[in-house]
Design a protein around this ligand. Structure first.
Ligand code: MG
Ligand code: MG
Length: 255
């Protein structure tokens, strides 16, 4: 079931979203060659603590996972697409880093992700990240009243495929509200004009993922969480939580 949010609820979700943006910024600013991924989690956690916000990631334990998620931040490096666990690994020159963070404030959730490189960027990674960002912008642009979920999915997928990249199967966006994952699902590929019609008050996480090798398949690493490309190629992931409104899409997880 899709929960339609009131305008007051959307304002409250904007506060949660702003905290997510601040946490992602802090984690990104902590990301240098030689820094352990656990330090990035610590930087994000400090922002959530300071803001009096909780984490929808910490302790998250879906049925398929062997253990609760141990951090407030997912850190996915190089061939990791999403759900990377921030541990002892130290960043190396040229690593491609994806950060995904959530916050809960006054009972409302925000969810967003960024990708970037540390040290000397490979041109191929810069193009990969740019494509994910372009796909996100296209998806947001399609998130207007009267369109359908398939229009968002089609906009995202078209940008990713046109660049020649893989679109990881079965991974994508979702409704957001009092819970991190609500209906409807927001796939990264789809047919225009299909799926649920968009209404004022729907809040959605749109999250394109692209795989440089052009393949869509992936596997879960032995930690039970990290999702990696099957061919070992690099992946990028970006995400915003947005509200569909009569005045157009509103990004709730901007700074
Ligand atoms: Mg996320
Ligand atoms: Mg999400």
């Amino acid at each position: 079931m899709v929960e339609i949010k009131t305008d007051a609820s959307i304002e409250a979700m904007r506060e949660a979203g702003r905290i997510v943006a601040q946490a992602l910024t802090a984690a990104r600013e902590a990301a240098f060659v030689g820094v352990a991924l656990s330090e990035l989690d610590r930087a994000a956690r400090a922002v959530l603590d300071e803001a009096g916000a909780g984490s929808p990631f910490l302790g998250y334990h879906p049925g398929w996972a062997p253990a609760p998620f141990p951090a407030v931040l997912c850190v996915s490096v190089n061939d990791a697409i999403v759900h990377g666990v921030p541990g002892a690994y130290r960043l190396r020159d040229g690593d491609l880093v994806g950060l995904d963070c959530g916050a809960v404030r006054a009972g409302w959730v925000g969810d967003a992700a960024v990708s970037f490189t540390v040290g000397r960027a490979r041109p191929a990674d810069t193009r990969l990240i740019r494509t994910a960002e372009d796909a996100l912008a296209a998806g947001i642009e399609a998130a207007v009243v009267g369109n359908r979920i398939g229009d968002i999915a089609h906009a995202v997928g078209t940008v990713c495929r046109s660049a020649g990249y893989g679109v990881p199967d079965g991974l994508g966006g979702h409704g957001v509200g009092r819970r991190m994952h609500e209906d409807p699902g927001v796939p990264n590929e789809g047919r225009p004009g299909r799926g649920m019609r968009l209404r004022h008050g729907m809040v959605l996480a749109i999250e394109p993922m692209v795989a440089a090798g052009g393949r869509d398949d992936h596997y879960t690493a032995r930690d039970g969480w990290t999702v990696r490309t099957a061919d070992g190629s690099r992946a990028a992931h970006v995400e915003h939580t947005i509200a569909v409104t009569d005045d157009g899409p509103r990004i709730l997880t901007a700074l």
